[in-house]
Design a protein around this ligand. Structure first.
Ligand SMILES: [Fe+2]
Length: 188
């Protein structure tokens, strides 16, 4: 049975274990997104973040060790929900043959379904980064309140900056010419 939360220390470890769950799952998600992404700029950004995500997972293990808490994952339904919405979207794209440009409609661009998939990978990836950035912001806030030493606060803040930076990088990908062309074609 889960131990009840009784103080700020527990709140902090609860948040860190949630982040640990997210990072562990995010590793698999990025693996899948890198394999599925068609656009070069998008794939490069995701590949880069795959390495950062491994480091972020290791940092969380170190932080949990420093507060004498087992590196256990605590489910984060909000993260699972983002992925569920992502899958639902892709299922809808794949089965709706009446949509112009989807597979099975040879009169339209055969790459349209690939482009729509890329677009959804991009928007889902941005959502994930927002969720992660907020998670680290909260963990840093709690670490400060608890007067945790620098070796606990610093790695969390470093990951926060990386997540925030990745969010910005993904929004820049949306401005790259190949993706801009895609937006134009999908609205045209
Ligand atoms: Fe991330």
């Amino acid at each position: 049975m889960t131990r009840p939360i009784s103080g700020l220390d527990d709140v902090f470890t609860y948040h860190v274990q949630e982040l640990y769950y997210v990072e562990r799952r995010h590793e698999d998600v990025l693996e899948q997104f890198v394999a599925d992404a068609h656009n070069d700029a998008l794939r490069r950004a995701l590949e880069h973040h795959r390495g950062e995500t491994r480091d972020q997972r290791d940092r969380l293990e170190d932080v949990l060790d420093l507060v004498d808490t087992p590196a256990e994952e605590r489910e984060r339904p909000a993260f699972d929900g983002v992925l569920e919405e992502h899958d639902r979207f892709l299922e809808t794209v794949a089965v709706d043959e009446s949509t112009p440009g989807t597979a099975g409609d040879p009169g339209n661009d055969p790459n349209a379904d690939v482009d729509l998939r890329d677009l959804r990978i991009l928007t889902t990836a941005i959502e994930i980064e927002h969720l992660e950035t907020a998670g680290y912001e909260n963990a840093v806030l709690l670490a400060r309140r608890l007067d945790h030493p620098r070796d606990i606060r610093k790695p969390l803040d470093r990951s926060r900056k990386e997540e925030d930076g990745m969010g910005t990088q993904l929004k820049e990908v949306a401005n790259e010419s190949a993706v801009r062309k895609l937006f134009t074609r999908l609205t045209g």
